[in-house]
Design a protein around this ligand. Structure first.
Ligand SMILES: NC(=O)c1ccc[n+]([C@@H]2O[C@H](COP(=O)([O-])OP(=O)(O)OC[C@H]3O[C@@H](n4cnc5c(N)ncnc54)[C@H](OP(=O)(O)O)[C@@H]3O)[C@@H](O)[C@H]2O)c1
Length: 258
């Protein structure tokens, strides 16, 4: 097994591109998602193009305890994880009081709890081995509140805070944690979140350019990478000075589906 990376949400969008990048560098893969046929297709594509092994784990990470089940599967197959990319995630559009509570809780389970669970399972081995890398696909949404996707933005604030705190804990053991914070990206995300067409996605980046920036930041052990230039400017220079209510109105307007 060569420099094995586990990637959740590898059947589409950013995760699929992260898998392609890692494979192109000669690393083995453990790819995780719900759609077995898409996992199989990616396995065939990558194994035929590169001299690598791709292992598939079919899992619904919205289910309680799914992170531990994935870990047990890794153990039972005798696999070792050098790089963990917690990428699977989901948005959810609409006013909170009009959305189903079940959907909100499932989103929190996927975006936050499965991520913490997998990290907690795999970290001790990385520390014992004297090194490892973790890339958490968070979002620029993690830096500000997001009316019309309030729970989603809050889950990403959690992922940012978790990633930054954890990096400080484990860096001394040779493990780094990087938060990948994209702006809008053209993937299956918009449809899965039920967003229709909002202004926000008119200037969406590609999954491949976003993944390349995230992978490079992870390799360098950077704490965070905000991949969208405009978002980076907004987060670093505008948010600290703009009144909070102005920001809330601005985000609501941007996310309103026409
Ligand atoms: N696109 C954007 O604008 C954007 C911006 C900022 C951050 N992000 C973040 O980027 C990450 C990847 O999203 P994407 O944009 O690439 O969207 P995507 O194309 O919809 O991909 C989502 C991936 O997550 C997997 N997934 C969804 N629910 C799952 C579940 N219950 N269990 C296991 N896997 C599950 C999907 O696979 P299956 O359906 O096969 O399970 C798919 O591979 C997410 O964390 C998202 O929050 C996206």
């Amino acid at each position: 097994m060569k420099n094995t990376a586990l990637i959740t949400g590898a059947t589409s969008g950013i995760g699929k591109e992260l898998a392609r990048i890692h494979a192109s560098k000669g690393g083995d893969l453990i790819i995780v998602a719900r759609r077995e046929d898409e996992l199989e297709k990616l396995k065939s594509e990558l194994e035929s193009q590169h001299n690598i092994e791709v292992h598939i784990i079919v899992a619904d990470l919205m289910k309680q305890g799914a992170g531990s089940t994935v870990y047990q599967e890794i153990q039972s197959r005798g696999l070792k994880v050098d790089i963990l990319m917690n990428n699977a995630g989901l948005g959810g559009y609409g006013n909170l009081h009009e959305r189903s509570l079940q959907k909100e809780l499932e989103m929190m389970q996927l975006n936050m709890i499965a991520l913490v669970e997998l990290t907690h399972c795999l970290l001790p081995e990385m520390i014992k081995n004297g090194g490892g890398k973790i890339l958490n696909t968070s979002s620029s949404a993690g830096f500000l509140p997001g009316p019309l996707q309030t729970t989603y933005f809050a889950t990403k604030a959690f992922v940012n805070s978790f990633s930054f705190g954890l990096d400080q804990e484990v860096r001394r053991h040779g493990v780094t944690v990087t938060a990948l914070c994209p702006g809008p990206v053209k993937t299956g995300f918009e449809a899965a979140a039920g967003m229709g067409s909002s202004d926000l996605f008119k200037r969406a980046a590609t999954a491949s350019s976003t993944s390349l920036k995230g992978y490079a930041a992870m390799e360098k052990g950077k704490l965070v990478v905000i991949t969208d230039g405009q978002m980076k400017f907004l987060i670093n220079f505008m948010l600290p000075i703009l009144p909070r209510r102005t920001v809330l109105k601005m985000v609501e307007k941007l996310q309103t589906v026409k």
